[in-house]
Design a protein. Structure first.
Length: 233
C-alpha cells in the first residue's frame, strides 16, 4: 500500500478510464445504520459481538450477513427470511438520517465536470439503492451495479467486472474507492487499482492508497495513482 499522498516526483500518468465507487460507508454513512441493526439483532438474543467481529459485516450483502448471523446463532432458519428482515429494518431507519461521507458529493461533482466516467458498484440490492437515493442524489453515475445484477456479490470480482464491462473499459485502467476489506478484495481480484476510504486509515492488503475521507479526490490526484505511460520510442 502506498501513502495517502502520491509522490510528486512520479512521471505524469494518464487519468483513470473510469472511477468506481462503493456505496455504503464509502459515499454515504449507511454502513453505521446497517451495523446498528446487526448489533441490535444480537443484543435481542442476549448475545454480543466484538468490534472485530462486527467489522466482518462491513460490505456484506444482506444474504451473506444473514448467513453469518445464523451461523453465529447456531440456527437453521432460512437465510432469505432473515436477510429480508434485516434489510427492511435498515431501510426503514434510513428516512432522513443519511448523509454523504465527507467530500463525497464534491468528489463526484468534480469528476463529472472533468468528464471522467463514474460508476456505482454495491453489494446492496436495487431497493436499498433506491432508499438511499431518497436521502441523497445518486443520479450522476454512468452505470450502477447492485446485488440484483450479479450472481455473486463482493468479495467476488464479478460486480466490478460487470461494471467495467458495461463501461467497456479495462479494469486495470480503473480506480475504485472502497471502505471495507470485502470490497477491496473484490476490486483487487477484478484487477482494478483501489483506494480505501477509512477514518482510521487502516488499509487492507492490495490497496494503492488509503485516505480518511474523499475531500482530497480530484482528477489530477486520481491520475497520479495510475500507472505511468510507457516512454515514447
Amino acid at each position: 500500500m502506498t501513502s495517502s499522498t502520491p509522490s510528486s516526483d512520479r512521471s505524469p500518468s494518464a487519468g483513470p478510464a473510469a472511477v468506481l465507487f462503493d456505496l455504503d460507508g464509502t459515499l454515504v454513512d449507511s454502513e453505521r445504520v446497517w451495523l446498528d441493526v446487526i448489533t441490535a439483532r444480537l443484543a435481542g438474543l442476549g448475545a454480543s459481538m466484538s468490534s472485530a467481529q462486527l467489522a466482518g459485516f462491513e460490505g456484506l450483502s444482506s444474504i451473506d450477513a444473514a448467513r453469518a448471523l445464523l451461523a453465529l446463532e447456531g440456527s437453521s432458519a432460512p437465510a432469505s427470511d432473515l436477510a429480508a428482515e434485516l434489510e427492511e429494518i435498515t431501510l426503514d431507519s434510513f428516512a432522513g438520517s443519511l448523509e454523504w461521507i465527507a467530500g463525497a458529493e464534491e468528489a463526484l461533482a468534480h469528476l463529472r465536470r472533468e468528464r471522467i466516467r463514474i460508476g456505482l458498484v454495491t453489494s446492496s440490492t436495487r431497493a436499498w439503492v433506491d432508499a438511499v437515493a431518497e436521502n441523497v442524489s445518486l443520479g450522476v453515475f454512468d452505470v450502477v451495479v447492485t446485488a440484483d445484477d450479479v450472481g455473486r456479490t463482493k468479495p467476488s470480482p464479478e460486480p466490478y467486472l460487470r461494471a467495467t464491462g458495461l463501461l467497456d473499459v479495462d479494469p486495470a485502467a480503473c480506480l475504485v474507492f472502497e471502505d471495507s476489506e470485502v470490497g477491496v478484495r473484490a476490486a483487487v481480484a477484478a484487477g482494478c487499482r483501489v483506494v480505501q476510504v477509512r477514518a482510521d486509515q487502516r488499509g487492507a492488503s492490495g490497496t494503492t492508497a488509503c485516505i480518511p475521507h474523499l475531500r482530497t479526490v480530484t482528477a489530477p490526484w486520481a491520475a497520479s495513482l495510475m500507472p505511468s505511460p510507457p516512454p515514447l520510442p
